[in-house]
Each structure stands twice: as C-alpha cells, then as structure tokens.
Design a binder for this molecule. Structure first.
Ligand code: NI
Length: 173
C-alpha cells in the first residue's frame, strides 16, 4: 500500500465533476486500499478520489469513534436516493482545506445506493455523524467543497486564514 498525495484547495481537480467507475477490479481495489491508508495516515474520517487527483466516483470512509473498532467503507458510484427534511448543523473540516473548520447545515439522514469493494450493489441509511461524512464526501465527486456551502463572507475569511497558514508554513522552511 502507499500514501497518496492529497490535493488542496484551490486545485482544479477538486472542482471537477468526477467520472463514474466502469469496473470494480483488483486495480481499482488497490487504489481504494491506498486511499484508505492515506485517509488513516492524514488522519481523516473520509477521502474522495478527486482529493488524490483521481476524477472518479469513489470514496472511502471510516466514521467509527476513537473507542470503536475501525469500520472502513468503500463507496463506488454512490448516489443519494433520499434525504430527510430534517437538517442538522455540524462542524466540518476537510483534508483538502487543512486546519480549517466551519459549521455546515445538511439533511440529518440520507439513503445511499452504491457499489461496494467486491462489486456488490448496496444501500445504506446514513444517520448522525455518518450522514455528515457521506454527504461531505459525495459532494467532492461533484466538485463541491464544504466551504461552498457556507456564506460568502465566512468562506472568504476561511480562505484568507488558509493562505496565511500556507505563508507561515513556507516561511518556516
Ligand atoms: Ni473533504
């Protein structure tokens, strides 16, 4: 397995609508394994293929808490087929927008249809924290970042902080 490079805002690959995955085979599983390892190493709770420069519709997620067993999920060609009317506000961050957070409002639960690691069709009802992670990751496949779901003012403040962080990092070198 290998750690992949994570692309950061405003890299254009993060703005692109990703292409459907044609076939689940060993080559694809190898990429998914690398994505999972990259996500754990970061560390993060979700990673979408565009974040590692691959414009394909697949994500890896592990929304287990620290005191729970690891629960890796691989969602290929995922599709939200139902959203609750009830919404929830949760603080989100993103490996492509390092060290920033903002509150985002989303449907509290969603039903998702996808193909799994073994090529089997599946459906899940995601609720609570998992619902947040699933929606955040699936947004990546449509070129949407969580900072596109907050007010323009909040987004511009956050991007300024990100630029400052990058400047400090390069000054420290
Ligand atoms: Ni993200």
């Amino acid at each position: 397995m290998a750690i992949l490079k994570i692309y950061e805002y405003p890299h254009p690959v993060l703005k692109k609508k990703a292409e459907p995955v044609a076939e689940v085979n060993d080559d694809l599983r190898k990429v998914l394994d690398d994505m999972l390892e990259t996500m754990y190493e970061a560390p993060g709770v979700g990673l979408a293929a565009p974040q590692v420069g691959l414009s394909q519709r697949m994500v890896v997620i592990d929304a287990a808490r620290d005191d729970e067993e690891p629960a890796p999920m691989y969602l290929i060609n995922p599709e939200i087929i139902w959203r609750s009317e009830e919404t929830e506000i949760c603080e989100e961050g993103c490996l492509s927008v390092p060290e920033q957070n903002a509150e985002v409002e989303r449907p509290a639960s969603v039903r998702v249809r996808y193909t799994d690691y073994h090529g089997q069709a599946r459906e899940i009802l995601a609720e609570g924290f998992l619902a947040v992670v699933v929606q955040h990751e699936l947004d990546h496949l449509d070129g949407i970042l969580y900072i596109d779901r907050i007010s323009k003012l909040k987004k511009s403040m956050l991007v300024k902080k990100l630029e400052k962080l990058r400047k400090n990092r390069s000054d420290a070198k």
